[in-house]
Ligand binder design. Structure first.
Ligand SMILES: Cc1ncc(C[n+]2csc(CCOP(=O)(O)OP(=O)(O)O)c2C)c(N)n1
Ligand SMILES: [Mg+2]
Length: 577
């Protein structure tokens, strides 16, 4: 691509800018507001594809998953008000999960601006940080010759500091103008290094500790950074917990892995977080889910010594009065930590071994009531995947109690070995898992992709099965969706039984025949009622090219991986709820 291209439509120039940034796939739902961009995708179809989704929520989740998988902004195109409002759930997830993403929104022509013209919305007011919204930056590109500048800045803002989503609104008439705007080179995010002084202080605090614990999390991690984190943990024999839904930042089979610090945390690990005398938080936001509702680390002054390393200055000191705050990117912080020489002997090896033993014990399951044991399903699934040489599978999920079995029993491979293996929303957005799985399958066709969804969760974005059918190709690897059907919005039912025992309201579900629904989309499908029927069906799914939905029937009584509905109700009644 030349630096001074001939005049072409601004919509084409935008697509050229994306190609120059290394984008080969964009997700979206078309609108008449950005026809010139769609024509640009046609023009450059040998270098970039536009995946037309069935609902903007699905498209935005796919772009969010693209951001998580690649570390570069996921790209989503939607139309004006109706498209942007639908897409907002993916934007919110990218914001809470610190995922780089760019949402391009068609906008009314500038000659109609501010009249509340057809579908017109002021995106700065809707999404902008200054109005408490959930995009890092929102702008409208009024002049085609400034497109390269806006696109380059969008890539920088999405990736730098605390990564997150950016919204660029594109007035229809601007896109239709001709421009000879140049194509700017690929953007690399500016990185921040920890200072020598901060590193010296980290080492001093570690040396003085007796019960240190690392919590890894957040975004901006690379495979090399995760390898460095592993070396650091090994040199210092530190137990490593992973923040809520950043469970694949550390190999879960590694002897130093202590478990996930999130919803449904192992109570023994929660105790250990409380008892630690030094928490080294490398990368996570210290948010509600990672701090057990601000109790594992008490806000605003934790009992433990706290070192918080994060790429975004705004996250440092946001809630906690930490002992040491270090603003650094993970790509720089992790190798810097790995350069710290550990003393010998280390006084906490029993503490570290204890953390691992607690983690092992937490993987032991007891059979639940009813014929379906999800712990055995998750363990069996991984056993089979490893056996058939598909151990690098990526697992996706949305929100719901069913995800607790995945977090507890799935051993996520670490990003240190090259790829992310978990795509899951820290935002707790239902409907995330199906589109994320489809995005993974389209973006990394060699890989095996498994989505676990709830019966509530699945139908929020289940229409995207059609997108998978339409765009998967001969290279696509196995894609399997497991729908856990307990006939209820189980998470809500659980909270109801705790707060209002026996008073079920609004949480029952009336479900379709999920297998029939999947077949109507060109998928293979089977209904599974008993644990022992899962493995053969799963093996068959891995062996076929056509994607497969497995409909798992689960007794609503089996409300979480730790308790039953009746036990919850009895406990609530005994405590006088
Ligand atoms: C988009 C969205 N809407 C509502 C909620 C609130 N919510 C959290 S979990 C849940 C129920 C999930 O039900 P299901 O997918 O069937 O999973 P289960 O809890 O039954 O395993 C609801 C309604 C949410 N997190 N996200
Ligand atoms: Mg359910």
């Amino acid at each position: 691509m030349s630096a001074t291209p001939a005049s072409r439509l601004a919509g084409h120039a935008l697509v050229e800018a994306l190609v120059a940034q290394g984008v080969d796939t964009a997700f979206g739902v078309p609108g008449e507001s950005f026809l010139a961009v769609l024509d640009g995708f046609h023009e450059h179809r040998d270098r970039i594809r536009f995946i037309a989704c069935r609902q903007e929520g699905g498209a935005a989740f796919m772009a969010e998953a693209q951001g998580k998988l690649t570390g570069r902004p996921g790209i989503c195109f939607v139309t004006r008000g109706p498209g942007a409002t639908n897409a907002s759930i993916g934007l919110h997830t990218a914001y809470q999960d610190s995922t780089p993403m760019i949402l391009f929104v068609g906008q009314v022509g500038s000659d109609f601006r501010d009249r509340e013209a057809f579908q017109e919305v002021d995106y700065r007011a809707m999404f902008g940080p200054s109005t408490g919204g959930f995009a890092k930056w929102v702008a409208e590109v009024d002049r085609p010759e400034r497109l390269p500048e806006y696109v380059a800045r969008a890539f920088h803002v999405a990736m730098q500091g605390r990564p997150g989503p950016v919204v660029l609104a594109l007035p229809e008439d601007m896109l239709m103008q001709s421009t000879d705007a140049p194509v700017l080179p690929r953007v690399e995010p500016a990185q921040a290094w920890p200072t020598p002084g901060a590193l010296r202080r980290i080492r001093e605090m570690l040396v003085a500790a007796h019960r240190p614990l690392v919590i890894a999390g957040g975004s901006g991690w690379t495979a090399a950074a995760c390898q460095a984190l592993q070396r650091f943990a090994e040199d210092w024999q530190l137990p490593v917990g992973c923040a809520f839904r950043f469970q694949d930042l550390f190999d879960n089979t590694h002897p130093l892995y202590a478990g996930d610090v999130g919803i449904g945390i192992n109570p023994k690990l929660a105790q250990r977080v409380r008892e630690a005398d030094l928490i080294l938080a490398v990368g996570p936001r210290l948010g509600e889910m990672t701090t057990g509702g601000y109790t594992l680390l008490e806000a605003p002054r934790p009992r433990q010594q706290l070192i918080h390393i994060h790429a975004g200055a705004e996250e440092l000191g946001r809630v906690y009065a930490a002992d040491l705050l270090v603003q650094a990117s993970m790509a720089c912080a992790a190798p810097a930590l790995a350069s710290l020489a550990a003393p010998s002997p280390l006084p906490w090896t029993d503490w570290t071994a204890g953390a691992r033993a607690d983690r092992e014990a937490n993987r032991v399951s007891t059979p639940p009531p009813g014929p379906m044991d999800l712990a055995e399903v998750v363990k069996g699934m991984q056993r089979v995947l490893r056996e058939v040489g598909r151990g690098d599978a990526v697992f996706t999920n949305g929100a719901g109690n069913y995800s607790g079995w995945l977090h507890r029993y799935c051993e996520y491979g670490g990003l240190a070995s090259g790829q992310r293996t978990q795509l899951a929303p820290t935002s707790g957005a239902m409907g995330y898992g199906v589109p994320a799985a489809i995005a993974a399958s389209l973006l990394q066709p060699g890989r095996t992709v498994i989505n676990m969804a709830g019966d509530g969760d699945f139908l929020m974005t289940g229409q995207e099965l059609a997108t998978a059918t339409g765009y998967r190709n001969a290279q696509s690897g196995p894609l399997v969706v497991l729908v856990v059907d307990n006939g209820t919005y189980g998470t809500i039912r659980m909270h109801q039984e705790r707060e209002f025992p026996g008073r079920v309201s609004g949480s029952d579900l009336f479900n379709p025949d999920f297998a029939m629904l999947a077949r109507a989309h060109g998928w293979e499908a089977a209904r599974i009622d008993r644990t022992e029927d899962f493995e053969p069906a799963f093996r068959a799914a891995l062996a076929r090219h056509t994607p497969t939905l497995l409909h798992l029937k689960l007794d609503a009584e089996v409300i979480t991986s730790r308790t039953t509905l009746s036990a919850l109700r009895a406990a609530a009644q005994a405590s006088g709820a």
